[in-house]
Design a binder for this molecule. Structure first.
Ligand code: KG4
Ligand code: ZN
Length: 344
């Protein structure tokens, strides 16, 4: 790889949940490599992520994943300007594997260390996807562990407008999928079979909470779906998984889209960005894209591979911290419940 003197190359590491990933990112926008080693097949056997197994697998995989990311990018450690790593939120044992590795590399290679917030990474995937995309904008972040409506005023400057009060969106998808007898992770499976169902077959509740609130609540909807399934089974009726999935999904998407558009109007932004694992959902992508178009808003969404956990997005977020002069010490610790925007 030919590196110009102004180019900044970040080696990024992500291990907050069940993906071990390493990437080399140029100038925050160009992904030279993004190696993702997924443990899903292993956790599937238990119906969800088993933290102890996740940590152990990260330890086994991380060296090879980093090596591969350098090789694919055609660079050596000498070419790297800084090491960026997810330090929260996430599973503490899993986070510690990536963080320890990043610290060891930063120390041994004498390179700056930059801690990155996982959600900041998800949002930054939009900078990789759309090279001209810049703040200010409103971002809807929906993943397995988080649901946030965030006003991104500038790089690294976040205001959380709303968050889930109970289940995250992905969690609700996974739980409904489990009751329908589909394995983990259920989100992609519901997405798929919902396409064959009738979204108006069952009227599930739309939970908007208070008039002026941007918070979400999905546990009521999840319970409504479970009650419906149990009731139908008890009455000897056939439950049609396609219809349940499509109707559940419509209830989720309607609320997410309405709140995102309202938040964008309140902030007076002209752009909206979708992010997080659930951003892969076809119905959500389509509905938010359409609503943005109707409201004159530019809509950005990363390709599915950049929506799931990956180090490329961490390299992008890390770059914007790097150019601001943010550096972390070797005492940086993993923070499982790290808040977005703590750095200010
Ligand atoms: O962001 P992510 O990879 O991990 C976390 O940081 O949580 O998100 C994983 C979540 C899982 O709950 C998974 O079921 C959900 O994203 N998901 C989907 C889709 N693809 C992944 N949910 C709905 N539709 C999809 N296509
Ligand atoms: Zn994630």
């Amino acid at each position: 790889m030919i590196k110009d003197k102004d180019d900044v190359l970040i080696l990024a590491i992500e291990s907050s949940c069940d993906e071990t990933s390493s990437a080399v990112v140029k100038n925050g926008r160009y992904v030279l490599s993004n190696v993702i080693s997924s443990q899903i097949d292993l956790h599937k056997l238990y119906g969800g992520v088993v933290p102890e197994i996740a940590s152990r697998k990260h330890v086994e995989n991380i060296d090879a994943v980093i090596k591969e990311s350098l090789k694919e990018a055609n660079v050596t450690f000498d070419d790297i300007d800084a090491i960026a790593v997810t330090y929260g939120p996430g599973l503490v044992g899993a986070l510690l594997v990536g963080l320890s590795e990043a610290k060891a590399l930063a120390y041994a290679l004498n390179k700056p260390l930059i801690g990155v917030h996982h959600i900041e990474g998800h949002i930054s995937a939009n900078y990789i996807e759309n090279k001209d995309f810049e703040p200010p904008y409103v971002s809807l972040v929906v993943s397995g562990g988080h649901s946030h409506l965030v006003y991104v005023e500038d790089y690294g400057k976040y205001e959380i407008m709303g968050r889930t009060r109970d289940d995250a969106v992905g969690e609700a998808y996974d739980k409904v999928a489990r009751v329908l007898g589909m394995g983990y992770p259920g989100g992609p499976k519901i997405d798929k079979i919902a396409k064959m169902g009738n979204p108006d077959a069952i009227q599930f509740p739309r939970v908007f909470l208070e008039e002026d609130s941007y918070d979400f609540s999905f546990s009521g909807l999840k319970s409504a779906v479970l009650n419906y399934i149990n009731k139908e089974k008890m009455m000897g009726n056939t439950v049609v998984p396609e219809d349940v999935s499509a109707s559940f999904q419509k209830a989720v998407v309607e609320v997410l889209v309405a709140k995102t558009i309202k938040a964008s109007k309140e902030k007076g932004v002209s752009k909206v960005a979708l992010a997080g694992g659930v951003a892969s959902n076809t119905a959500l992508r389509e509905a938010l894209s359409k609503a943005c178009e109707e409201n004159g808003l530019y809509f950005s969404v990363p390709s599915p591979v950049l929506c799931t956990d990956n180090a490329g997005m961490i390299g992008s977020a890390g770059y914007y911290e790097y150019i601001k002069g943010i550096r972390d010490g070797l005492d940086l610790n993993a923070i499982p419940s790290l808040k977005l925007g703590d750095r200010g």
